[in-house]
Ligand binder design. Sequence first.
Ligand code: SF4
Length: 63
Amino acid sequence: MTAIAVDWTRCDGHGLCARLLPEKIGLDEWGYPLVLDPEIEPHLVGAARRAAAACPALALRVR
Ligand code: SF4
């Protein structure tokens, strides 16, 4: 199973991940990500990897 997780020691709330993977990530009122569902279905794996690669803080993990 592929899943996403946020490394809270790194995340600084750019919110980019929520724009790139809105199916799985929302934003709280401070702009920090809310993982709505960590499990990534096969058709979203590419988008999840792109979101992780785009995170300026390298805080979004896909495994
Ligand atoms: S893009 Fe990275 S730093 Fe920005 S909110 Fe998402 S996980 Fe945090």
